[in-house]
Design a protein around this ligand. Structure first.
Ligand SMILES: NC(=O)c1ccc[n+]([C@@H]2O[C@H](COP(=O)([O-])OP(=O)(O)OC[C@H]3O[C@@H](n4cnc5c(N)ncnc54)[C@H](OP(=O)(O)O)[C@@H]3O)[C@@H](O)[C@H]2O)c1
Length: 254
């Protein structure tokens, strides 16, 4: 229960879903956390839950599109806990969907800003701090959509999330000699607010479930365990990877 003993982590998108589940797991495993998202109330509840269980966490609410916010997340980690070892850049949005011939430039650009540019800005400041003290682990939340599978109406989402895989490889190559590992996770469908927003009928949920070899979608806690692996020293020789956690969606054609 202490795979992250003495480690300090930033988690974005921690107010719900995958980020929240990962924050609870990291805290159980001994990490001190800075948790980020826009909704202050949800972050405060998460911090209270972590502290009630004996863990350590600080909330900093903001919008990941802001470079000042990204810098402040790192400064908060250093001020409260002395350093930064792990960053899970997980905040994301479905963005503007629908027929691509009708997607607005503003909608496409904003999807990239939240899912891709914000992750770069986060990594930029996280890596600078990690490099100062001997290394760390950066993890991005991509998706199987636009990588091993796609469907109509998700051009902005797929483009932004597959961009994270190139970013992962570039940063892993650039900072490996500083002992900074960079990896992306590629979840299949996960039962979160985002999944329910996109799949708002029983028919849509049955379709998505059927895409997975395991014939179900993931629970956020199942994704969190892969993030824990990548964050921990168990993955000390793992960098530059795109890790599918997709219940076999990528190898299923029925
Ligand atoms: N659910 C799936 O099936 C699935 C599959 C593959 C990948 N993913 C990815 O997993 C990640 C987490 O999503 P989830 O499924 O856990 O959905 P979720 O429950 O809707 O969580 C999304 C999180 O991102 C935060 N967020 C969104 N825009 C933000 C912004 N501009 N600034 C700061 N925080 C922002 C939200 O917090 P606030 O609203 O409080 O700001 C929330 O904490 C996303 O990157 C998503 O693309 C999800």
């Amino acid at each position: 229960m202490d795979r992250l003993h003495n480690k300090v982590a930033i988690i974005t998108g921690a107010s719900a879903g995958i980020g929240r589940a990962t924050a609870l797991l990291f805290a159980q495993e001994g990490a001190s956390l800075v948790v980020g998202a826009r909704r202050q109330g949800e972050l405060d509840s998460l911090v209270a839950e972590i502290e009630a269980a004996g863990g350590r966490a600080v909330a900093l609410a903001g919008d990941v599109r802001s470079e000042e916010y990204q810098r402040a997340l790192v400064e908060t980690a250093v001020r409260h806990f002395g350093t930064l070892d792990i960053a899970f850049n997980n905040a994301g949005t479905l963005g503007e969907g629908g027929p691509s011939s009708e997607v607005s430039e503003a909608g496409f650009s904003d999807t990239l800003a939240i899912n891709l540019t914000a992750s770069f800005l986060g990594a930029k400041h996280q890596i600078a701090e990690m490099a100062r003290h001997g290394g760390g682990s950066v993890i991005f939340t991509s998706t199987f959509v636009g990588y091993s599978f796609s469907f109509p109406g998700v051009a902005a989402y797929a483009a932004s999330k597959s961009g994270l895989i190139g970013l992962t490889q570039a940063l892993a190559a650039e900072y490996g000699d500083r002992n900074i590992r960079v990896n992306a996770i590629l979840p299949g469908a996960v039962d979160t607010d985002m999944y329910r927003e996109m799949n708002d009928t029983a028919d849509k949920q049955a379709f998505i479930t059927g895409l997975h070899a395991l014939k179900r979608v993931a629970r956020p806690e199942e994704v969190a365990r892969t993030v824990l692996y990548l964050a921990s020293d168990d993955a000390s020789f793992v960098t530059g990877t795109a890790s599918l956690i997709d219940g076999g969606a990528s190898i299923t054609r029925s």
